[in-house]
Design a protein around this ligand. Structure first.
Ligand SMILES: O=C(O)[C@@H](CO)OP(=O)(O)O
Length: 252
């Protein structure tokens, strides 16, 4: 298989929620922390050093991803870049876990249950009630959506199902047309995309961690099958970054 397309994925820099070890997800429009802003700028510098440039970028409608992309654009000096924002690239919806402490939740339900909620493919976290103040169906940008498509919790499988139309309908056609595409999104929406592209099994995806702020280059053949993928970072940097955000026994 010969690589003829290059796609770059980037998970946003650290958010205030990640800094404080809280479940964040689809429904929290958390900002970048100071460290997250630095991570985003460094990601842009890594792309610049690697000689990367882009024709279009896709991101979610969440501030932490949108701001990360902007900080990358600052480094690449490409403010003109067309940017498509879609809710389909949002983080997975963590249901009633949103806003809770990951440490406290593990104390209450056990590490194993929290690992299942965080990394299993098809187990949903407990749902939010639609009258819970954390339900996001009544706020922009979701207020005019068909209420039945606004999630109240998602397994990774659900996230993949709502994310894939964005891939098939708008992103993949641009990659196939030869555009150099950057996607700035979230830990789990990107894990879902990697599962789809690399045809990872439901077991293999449990162990896949995507670190914050490290550009992941995927070289694809003409049918968009990955030929190779690598981070623009040393192995040590990748390991440290995965340890920071990963589930404990996933990083070794
Ligand atoms: O809380 C979240 O939204 C995600 C990403 O930060 O965390 P996790 O690693 O548990 O999927």
């Amino acid at each position: 298989m010969e690589a003829c397309h290059k796609l770059v994925l980037l998970r946003h820099g650290e958010s205030n929620y990640t800094r404080d070890n809280l479940f964040c997800g689809f429904g929290n429009d958390a900002d970048l922390s100071d460290l997250g802003e630095k991570e985003a700028a460094v990601a842009g510098q890594r792309m610049l050093e690697a000689g990367l440039s882009f024709d279009i970028a896709f991101t979610s409608v969440l501030k932490r991803a949108v701001k990360t992309l902007y900080l990358v654009q600052e480094e690449l000096d490409c403010h003109w870049l067309p940017v498509v924002k879609t809710w389909r690239l949002n983080e997975r919806h963590y249901g009633a876990l949103q806003g809770l402490s990951k440490t406290e939740t593990a104390k209450k339900y056990g590490e194993q249950q929290v690992k299942i909620w965080r990394r299993s493919y098809d187990v949903r976290p407990p749902p939010l009630d639609k009258d819970d103040s954390r339900f996001c169906g009544n706020i922009a940008p979701y207020r005019d959506f068909d209420p039945t498509i606004i999630p109240v919790c998602e397994s990774l499988k659900d996230t993949v199902e709502r994310m894939l139309p964005a891939w098939h309908d708008v992103i993949a056609p641009d990659v196939k047309a030869g555009k150099r595409v950057l996607i700035v999104a979230h830990g789990n929406s990107l894990r879902g995309l990697m599962k789809y592209l690399k045809q990872l099994s439901d077991q293999e995806i449990i162990r896949l961690e995507i670190p914050q702020g490290l550009p992941l280059v995927i070289e694809l053949d003409e049918d968009l099958h990955p030929v190779r993928d690598y981070y623009l970072a040393s192995e040590e940097d990748v390991k440290v970054a995965k340890t920071k955000v990963g589930v404990k026994d996933n990083v070794n």
